[in-house]
Design a protein around this ligand. Structure first.
Ligand code: SAM
Length: 285
């Protein structure tokens, strides 16, 4: 089996199996060896690493991972890709393919079974329609993580690393920055994929913190407050929180907390830092 990561060999495999791309699964396969090498470098995949790959497609990036990592587990939802993966990954004995929806797998259990509960690396060219649930699922599932290196839409990568005062700032920025230090490694042109997506992409590494950078008594409350503030972005924080079905906090309580923080009663969530959200959660908790 020839090495993938270029247009000719990709087309050959697709033809051999009569594979039709499924838009609903966000299938855009990488066809650029240079980008694939760069992703391996960004993720610093080494011979000690256990890597979870989400969405191997025809196994392009999986081949690169198998060459460098100790062990690879790849989770692919599309059953039509499974016979292809058996073929393209046949030279490797350090890979397991699981035909499952990544959002339905118990990842903490998987890390326990396959890696003795030691921290794993996640490396993936993500299906863009579920980027946020995948990232949040990884952080919230208590799976022990070293880092997550993922290809996402460029705009989503921007959202993950900005602070208050920019239009991209939102619940995703705060959630990611609570759990990890984001670092954009490179911007990737739509031409590096087959079929070509409508947007440019970026590779971002999220380096998991051992301890979050802010201290909160009640993590759940912090995230409820964040969601409430950005669900109704144009509303003031006191209205957003008061309207949230997940919270029963009055406008008066919010205003009182804001006063203690030296913030005006009319402030909007989009101007608060992660530290300020943490203080607010501790005052309201
Ligand atoms: N890794 C390949 C590459 O770089 O060429 C393919 C990446 S493609 C952007 C995303 C892959 O994720 C597709 O193979 C798609 O079928 C798979 N996928 C989509 N939704 C999924 C889900 N819920 N669970 C697991 N895999 C999924």
């Amino acid at each position: 089996m020839a090495t993938l990561g270029n247009p000719q060999n990709t087309i050959e495999v697709l033809k051999k199996y009569g594979f039709n791309f499924q838009k609903k699964f966000g299938q855009n396969f990488l066809i650029d060896a240079h980008i694939l090498e760069n992703i391996m470098d960004a993720a610093q995949v080494g011979s000690d690493d256990f890597v979870l790959e989400i969405g191997p497609g025809i196994g392009t990036m999986t081949q690169y991972l198998c060459e460098r990592a100790r062990e690879v587990v790849s989770v692919e939802i599309d059953k039509n890709l499974i016979p292809i993966l058996e073929d393209t990954l046949s030279p490797y004995d350090n890979v397991t393919v699981i035909n499952e929806d990544i959002l339905k797998l118990d990842l903490a259990q998987l890390a326990k079974e396959k890696n003795g509960g030691e921290p794993i690396k996640v490396v993936a060219n993500l299906p863009y329609y579920i980027t946020t649930p995948i990232i949040m699922g990884l952080f919230e599932s208590n799976v022990p993580l070293k880092s997550i290196t993922i290809m996402v839409q460029k705009e989503v990568a921007d959202r993950m690393q900005v602070g208050p005062g920019t239009k991209d700032y939102g619940a995703l920025s705060l959630a990611v920055q609570y759990y990890a230090k984001p670092q954009i490694n490179m911007i990737v042109s739509a031409n590096c994929f087959m079929p070509k997506p409508n947007v440019d992409s970026a590779v971002i590494t999220l380096h998991r913190y051992e301890k979050p950078p802010v201290e909160v008594k009640d993590e759940k409350l912090l995230f409820r407050l964040i969601r409430a503030s950005f669900n109704q972005r144009r509303k003031t924080l006191q209205n957003g929180i008061n309207n949230s079905p997940e919270l029963s906090i009055s406008k008066g309580q919010v205003v009182e907390a804001l006063e203690k923080m030296g913030l005006p009663a009319t402030v909007r969530g989009e101007s608060l830092t992660l530290e300020q959200f943490a203080t607010l959660a501790n005052l309201l908790g």
